[in-house]
Design a binder for this molecule. Structure first.
Ligand SMILES: *Cc1c(COP(=O)(O)O)cnc(C)c1O
Length: 374
């Protein structure tokens, strides 16, 4: 890493490759991995991750928006890319031009896309109880009409589980109901002699908790990046997943403060003894949650843990290195650690802030632009 970098992400290609293999082993043999690389591959760098996955033979991807899809196609990512979210139908020419697959978010949307007179590859989304996107699973005739639409080429049909991460009996019952209603719809379509396209239901937790389903794809996001959403989640399958992302920066300034001096906005930290404070050029503008302020968060420096003190700023944060005598300006600081420091793992940090790894990681994707594949 160049000395000039303010902050960077290290992406472990070895762990990414390991996770792909671990997930494939957990999947039925004829099921394919659809790598979910939306929101900059959960902050890991969509292009860098997709390129690495291409090298491993992964050729199915999912993104959230058309622009994410276009970016990957323009940069030469090979394979099918499914847009999971909404795209204005006036962008149908771009869907065609970049050979993207669009999710049909409801029946009216399908009709509207069909009326653009451009033949588009699509997957039909079925709402089985999440009540976000999709044609209700009970609306058989609507689904069948979509199959008959002239400019709609149906390549897949799928649903999304809304509580597959939970082992609570009522959540398991609800998930089974969702799965049941999806297959009931598929059976009806079969009876009506509709040629069934690719089927998919499971995201990461869908696979980990309902591995017995046999679909054409698993849409894996968070598990691909080697972490669970929350540290204490119990799952049926426990594949050996390894975190992929580390976030690193450097000490740019060290200052000594006297007992009683305050540090940072609002003077929320007051030194109770003479202290050595390091300034790190990373803040909430880079995706570090502000509520890690005031001793909640910590970083690793010279193999020691140093607490975050005072309030995290937009572009800087301060840590107390009084006990890390050997720390010097220029030393590398680890903020998120893929290498086993549990306190600095994404799930542990996310939990401290009342969130999930998914949110923490995808926020890294905005200003931390430098991705280093290691
Ligand atoms: C984001 C997303 C996924 C991936 O979810 P993970 O829990 O990260 O595996 C799968 N399917 C849909 C529809 C999504 O929006």
């Amino acid at each position: 890493m160049k000395k000039t970098e303010r902050v960077w992400m290290e992406i472990s290609t070895e762990n990414l490759r390991h996770n792909v293999k671990a997930l494939k082993k957990a999947m039925p043999p004829d099921c394919e991995l659809m790598a979910v690389v939306k929101a900059e591959a959960y902050g890991h760098g969509a292009y860098e991750v997709s390129k690495e996955l291409n090298k491993m033979g992964v050729t199915s991807f999912a993104v959230a928006t058309i622009d994410e899809g276009i970016e990957l196609k323009k940069r030469g990512i090979f394979g099918e890319i499914l847009i999971l979210g909404y795209t204005d139908v006036c962008r149908a020419p771009e869907l065609k031009k970049y050979d993207l697959m669009q999710t049909l978010i409801d029946y009216e949307y399908a009709k509207s896309l069909n009326s653009q007179n451009i033949r588009i590859k699509t997957h039909i989304k079925i709402d089985t109880g999440m009540h976000r996107l999709g044609i209700p699973g009970t609306e058989v005739s609507e689904v069948e009409e979509v199959f008959a639409m002239e400019n709609i080429r149906v390549c897949g049909i799928f649903t999304h589980l809304c509580c597959a991460d939970s082992k609570r009996p009522e959540d398991v019952a609800f998930t089974k109901k969702q799965i049941g209603s999806f297959y009931r719809l598929i059976d009806r379509l079969k009876k009506d002699r509709i040629e069934i396209p690719k089927l998919h239901i499971q995201s990461s937790y869908g696979l980990l908790n309902y591995p017995e389903l046999s679909c054409d794809y698993v849409r894996a996001g968070i598990a691909l990046y080697g972490v669970l959403s929350s540290p204490n989640d119990e799952t049926t399958l426990k594949p050996d997943l390894r975190p992929v992302l580390s976030l690193k920066s450097r000490i740019i300034l060290i200052r000594s403060v006297k007992a009683g001096d305050s540090v940072g906005y609002g003077r929320s930290f007051k030194a109770d003894c003479d202290s050595r404070i390091a300034v790190i050029p990373v803040g909430y503008g880079d995706g570090i949650p502000r509520n890690l302020s005031g001793n909640v968060g910590s970083v690793s420096v010279c193999q020691h843990t140093a607490p975050v003190i005072g309030r995290i700023c937009m572009d800087q944060l301060m840590v107390d290195i009084t006990d890390v005598k050997e720390a010097e300006v220029g030393d590398i600081v680890t903020l998120i650690d893929a290498k086993g420091d549990w306190e600095l793992s994404a799930p542990a940090i996310a939990q401290k802030t009342g969130s999930i790894s998914n949110e923490l990681l995808c926020r890294m994707g905005t200003r931390v632009s430098h991705v280093s594949m290691v």
